[in-house]
Write a protein that binds this ligand. Structure first.
Ligand code: NDP
Length: 405
């Protein structure tokens, strides 16, 4: 029995559930049934309806506040899934992990825990669960999205097949899509803005180097997109990759932003709309960033209008048989094709597909263990094969040398 309990009903969840249902319909994967629960029931019902129309697979739905550990525990006891797939927000990671511990159920997510009142992305909170998961005989797979997730797998696959030693790693995340809105984010606006406005950090010679947010810019010519400005940022896979592949001397993460996005963001920051501390408004406390989220377009609503491609990959430089080389592995994903297949834009697609693949590898037993794990701790080969088979094909090319900046 490989029943899935998926939590959250946003864009990422919608893609993951469509892809899981495709496997059930084709009778080719390890999944038997899907149960979808989130804070807003009509969003679950809308996904269930689309999945039924597109694949013929029926899924059950329920309302849940995943911050409420006893309620989450009761839901898991009622549904009895083989795996809980957390596609809600990073704030829900720990409560859902607590409910998994209470019910001895495996766990998967796509983003690391962060406390609501502090824009801090660190694995330490979830890594602290390792011994408890190990003693309970259950597994947690962290970060099974694109970045983290596929970028971690690209790196471990390069290390396994093409390098004796990796020296430098650059992760390049480009969204060349245009959604036609003045300002919108491609995944949850609150999480996205917290991430973009946090100081940049990269790993170099055994220590963190911190620089102000969005202060380092480089132009890069992305295939299927064209030249774009990309900015040095902190991203959580740097922390896990430097831990699990400690030989890498420098790990950097770059993300592209258009000038219009950055101008809007600067204004919103300047007027205080990105603050995450409470302010009094008409006699009650509100968090400005949460209020901003309420007036911005929902990422899940951008699918129909978004045109263009994403291009996300890793560039690694290192040695194989004493010869130095630089390799670039990447995926290009079309927003229009993602929408055609699942009714969602490419950023949700590039995250939801890897969540489905991680779930499939856990439930088929190809990836197993007791404790809390990151993606690069497992054999990358079956994951790389499934990316090609399930809508996120990748390419490998050799570059003349490392990035010159
Ligand atoms: P959305 O905001 O579109 O969806 C989040 C969903 O979680 C919503 O349905 C929301 O409910 C639900 N939710 C929020 N709080 C609770 C709660 N307390 N209990 C139950 N459900 C809750 O986000 P996305 O789909 O864009 O992103 C989902 C996750 O994927 C996020 O954690 C994001 O950080 C991560 N992500 C990871 C990426 C990667 O490459 N690794 C890339 C992009 C995203 P409601 O509808 O009521 O608000």
């Amino acid at each position: 029995m490989s029943k899935l309990l998926v939590i959250g009903a946003g864009g990422v969840s919608s893609v993951a559930v469509h892809k899981m249902a495709q496997l059930i319909a084709a009778k080719t994967g390890p999944f038997s049934e899907i149960f979808l629960a989130s804070r807003t029931l009509p969003k679950c019902e809308a996904i269930a309806e689309s999945v039924k129309q597109r694949t013929g697979v029926a899924i059950e739905t329920a309302q849940i506040d995943a911050d409420d550990v006893p309620a989450m525990t009761a839901l898991i006891e009622q549904v009895r899934p083989a795996l809980v797939v957390n596609l809600a927000l990073p704030y829900q990671d720990l409560p859902i992990m607590d409910a998994c511990l209470a019910t001895k159920t495996d766990y998967l997510d796509t983003a690391n825990y962060e406390p609501r009142d502090e824009a801090k992305f660190e694995y330490k909170w979830q890594w602290d669960y390792h011994d408890r998961f190990k003693n309970a005989g259950i597994m947690a797979l962290l970060g099974s999205g694109f970045d983290p997730g596929v970028t971690s797998i690209f790196t471990s696959w390069l290390k396994k097949h093409h390098f004796d030693r990796i020296d430098t790693l650059d992760i390049l995340d480009c969204n060349g899509g245009d959604h036609g809105q003045h300002f919108a984010t491609n995944f949850n606006p609150e999480i996205n803005i917290r991430e973009v406005t946090a100081p940049a950090r990269h790993w170099q010679n055994g220590e963190w180097v911190e620089t102000p947010a969005l202060s380092h810019k480089q132009e890069f010519d992305f295939e299927a997109v064209g030249p774009k400005n990309m900015y040095l940022m902190y991203h959580e896979e740097i922390e896990s990759l430097k831990t699990h592949i400690p030989e890498i001397k420098r790990i950097r993460f770059w993300m592209t932003f258009g000038d219009a996005y950055l101008t809007h963001l600067e204004v919103l920051q300047n007027v205080g709309m990105t603050r995450i501390d409470p302010v009094m408004y008409e006699g009650r406390e509100i968090i400005p960033l949460q209020f901003l989220k309420a007036v911005l377009p929902e990422p899940a609503s951008l699918g129909e209008t978004t045109k263009g491609n994403t291009n996300i990959g890793v560039i690694a430089t290192g040695e194989k048989d004493s010869v130095q080389k630089t390799l670039y592995v990447k995926n290009i994903c079309s927003h229009e094709a993602a929408f055609e297949e699942t009714g969602n834009q490419g950023v949700s697609y590039t995250t939801g597909v890897p969540a489905m693949i991680g779930s499939a590898l856990m439930l088929s037993g190809q990836w197993s263990g007791d404790g809390v794990f990151n993606m690069e701790e497992f054999d990358p080969d079956p994951f790389m094969e499934m990316l090609n088979a399930h809508g996120l094909p990748w390419t490998l090319e050799e570059l003349d040398g490392p990035l010159e900046f």
